[in-house]
Ligand binder design. Sequence first.
Ligand code: HEM
Length: 459
Amino acid sequence: MTTGKIPPGPKGSPISGCARELGDDRIGFLCELQRTYGDIVRFRVWDRTLYLVSDPELIKEVFVTNHKNFTKSRSLKLARHVFGDGLLTNEGESHKRQRRMMQPAFHMKRIHGYGETMIQYAQRHADFWETENLDGKSVDISHEMMRLTMAIVAKTLFDSDVESEAEAIGEALTSVVGLFERTFHPAAVLLTLMPTRKNFRFLRSRARIDKTIYRMIAERRASGKDHGDLLSMLLNAQDEADGSGMTDKQIHDEAITLFLAGHETTANALTWTWYALSQNPEVEARFHEELDEVLGGELPTPDDLPKLEFTRRVFAESMRMYPPAYIIGRMAIEEFQLGEYTLPARSVVLLSPYVCQHNPALFEDPECFDPDRWAAEKQRERHKFSYFPFGGGPRTCIGESFAWMEGILLLATIGQRWRMQFPEGRKVAFDPQITLRPKDGLPMMLTRRSPAQVAQAIA
Ligand code: HEM
């Protein structure tokens, strides 16, 4: 029971609460809650009471100041079926230890080396569109970005090409998304254990992935060779506290977590960026101008990153308008104070980058795609937790630097050669599951930017 004042919010239906509203238009409903009731809103979905928190200072409280009082919420607990005890779903001391061991591998200096792989794979993809004669043709850009980021994460993680495993991984991913659909259902856990076709398919694809990863671990342990990839890093990691390493099970869980967390989100961020560019021709022209000026028709290198400032702003603005992780959940361990309210133990708190980043009180004219919001002086004026596409505090995304580098380098490599146009008159809709995907993909027409055009622009 909540003691004292109760935050405002809608009543919903007596049985399912706001399940229908959340199911019909999740994003619209959450934004509406904030607009109607303010920065702390209480609502019920089936048996769960949820609190949507949208004040940056209170978000900081949950992520940073009072983080010890929160665990991950039910959706991520369900995801344990896939991620095991990997970083994303792990908790407490075990999480702290794993994070400590893995952090060095994600420092900017270490991941710089992966930049070359990112550029090489993006170039290969841009070539593929050319050899397939896709100039003037429509492709599902969401599918294309998923394939590209999956190939990059497979190379940087396992030093391998994943074509043969792609199908199983795709199936496993779809199954995880399926689990998330049930998150708010009162029998969510039971549904996951039922002998349904969906669950069998999931178990089959997971078994295939498990086999592949354990085989790779065994081969690496036997050969002792350092491949310079993330898997070698996991195998070599030692806890500074006691010098111990990771077990095969831990390595497996971390590998699968990095694989899935490391490509779906970035693919969505890139998909939305291409869409945003297609809708904002002036921004797109400035983007091309920067690419032509900085790269002069040559491939980028990781050292070009600081010079691709406008591209960085475009990517940042895209993640403001279309944050791939549009909602982040936490569950309170003990009763706690949030602003003027005392919320009970087991309260589920929802922090939504989408809601905050579209709030006109935090971002002027939020529906306008304006990369110049990310000029350093403007950025400094804003509260750190008005923009949090990568979360915050000790559970902040470990792959953030990796994602920025990948986003900017892929945009530069592909954007130099190709434009994407969204069919006029067609509407885009959200499919907000674990990440913010476009509903039914995102068909876009590819148009080749010819070398002559680029040369002319440079001149
Ligand atoms: C645009 C791309 C990305 C976005 C928007 C994103 C977003 C996020 C967010 C919001 C969280 C925090 C979740 C929470 O607090 O519950 C998170 C955690 C995490 N992300 Fe990312 N991510 C991205 C890319 C990546 C990449 C490239 C990797 C790995 C190569 C990665 C690996 C992880 C892991 C392992 C965690 C769990 C960290 C922990 O709890 O200690 N992510 N990500």
